[in-house]
Design a protein around this ligand. Structure first.
Ligand SMILES: [Zn+2]
Ligand SMILES: [Zn+2]
Length: 251
C-alpha cells in the first residue's frame, strides 16, 4: 500500500485550504498509483488549515487522506501549544535553519562559505537530534537536507549524523526517504545510501515522500526511492493514522 506523506497542498502560497485547491493533488496521487496520501503543509500555515477538508477529499475521491504537518523545527520554538488539540495523523519534524540562517532557501547559499563545513554539518545534525529527542514527531524529514547545494563535509557523514540517527531510533520515529533532493543542485535522494544503511542497522522505519509543492510532483521518482530502500534491506514501510505507526510490506 504505497503512501506519500510529504505533500504541500498549499505550496508556498498558503491558505485558503479548500477541497478545490487540494483535489488536483489527490487526482495526481491516484494517477501515480498511490493508495494513500497525506498532506503535510508547512507549519507557518497551521492556522489556515481546515480539518474538514481531509475527510471531504476522502469522500469525494475514495483515496485515504491523512492529516499531517511539516514542522520547521527550531529549538527555541514553543511547539507543544501550537500543535496540541488537532487531529493529526502524523507530524514531520524538519530542520531548515541554523539560527537565523535558512540554509535551504534560494539566495542563502553563500552561508556555506561563511563557516567551516564540518561545523555546519555537525550543528545541523545536532538540531536534527534535538528534533527527534523532542518526541513530537512521527517522521523525521529529509535527514541530510544540509547537502542540498552539494557541499560535502570532510569527516564521514555517517560519523556526523550518528547521534541524530541514534536519537531518531530512541524516539521511535520513522525517517523519511525524500525524493525531492533529486531535483536540487545535489541531485540525490535524502538521505544518502550510507545514512540509510545506518538507519536500517538501527531498525529505524522509513516512509517515502516526494515533498511535492505542485500536483505534478506527487510521487515523483518514487520508484527510485523504493529501489534504494529495497537495496538497503528494508522489506516494509511505515504508515500512520492518529499518530500511530503501522508497517506494511514494501510491495
Ligand atoms: Zn522540508
Ligand atoms: Zn516539505
Amino acid at each position: 500500500m504505497p503512501a506519500d506523506y510529504h505533500i504541500h497542498g498549499l505550496a508556498h502560497e498558503g491558505p485558503p485550504h479548500t477541497v478545490e485547491r487540494l483535489l488536483p493533488y489527490v487526482e495526481a496521487a491516484r494517477a501515480a498509483g498511490l493508495t494513500e496520501m497525506g498532506f503535510a503543509d508547512h507549519d507557518r500555515y497551521l492556522d489556515g488549515l481546515d480539518f474538514n477538508v481531509f475527510p471531504e477529499l476522502e469522500r469525494v475521491t475514495g483515496v485515504p487522506i491523512r492529516a499531517g504537518l511539516e514542522v520547521d523545527f527550531r529549538p527555541d520554538k514553543d511547539l507543544g501549544r501550537e500543535l496540541a488539540g488537532r487531529p493529526w495523523d502524523y507530524l514531520i519534524g524538519s530542520v531548515h535553519a541554523i539560527g537565523a540562517w535558512e540554509f535551504d532557501r534560494p539566495g542563502q547559499e553563500s552561508g556555506f562559505a561563511a563557516w567551516d563545513i564540518d561545523e555546519i554539518y555537525a550543528t545541523y545534525f545536532y538540531l536534527v537530534a534535538r528534533a527527534a529527542a523532542s518526541g513530537l514527531f512521527q517522521i523525521i524529514g529529509h535527514l541530510d537536507l544540509i547537502k542540498i547545494y552539494g557541499h560535502r563535509p570532510r569527516k564521514p557523514v555517517v560519523e556526523l549524523a550518528e547521534e541524530a540517527l541514534q536519537a531518531i531510533a530512541r524516539s521511535g520515529a520513522a525517517m523519511e526517504v525524500n525524493t525531492a533532493g533529486l531535483f536540487k543542485p545535489v541531485g540525490e535522494i535524502y538521505p544518502s545510501r550510507e545514512l540509510l544503511e545506518r538507519a536500517f542497522s538501527l531498525n529505524i522505519p522509513v516512509t517515502i515522500g516526494s515533498d511535492a509543492h505542485a500536483p505534478a510532483e506527487v510521487g515523483r521518482e518514487r520508484a527510485r526511492g523504493r529501489e534504494l530502500v529495497r537495496q538497503v534491506g528494508y522489506t516494509s514501510l511505515a504508515t500512520f493514522a492518529g499518530r500511530q505507526m503501522t508497517t506494511v510490506p514494501l510491495a
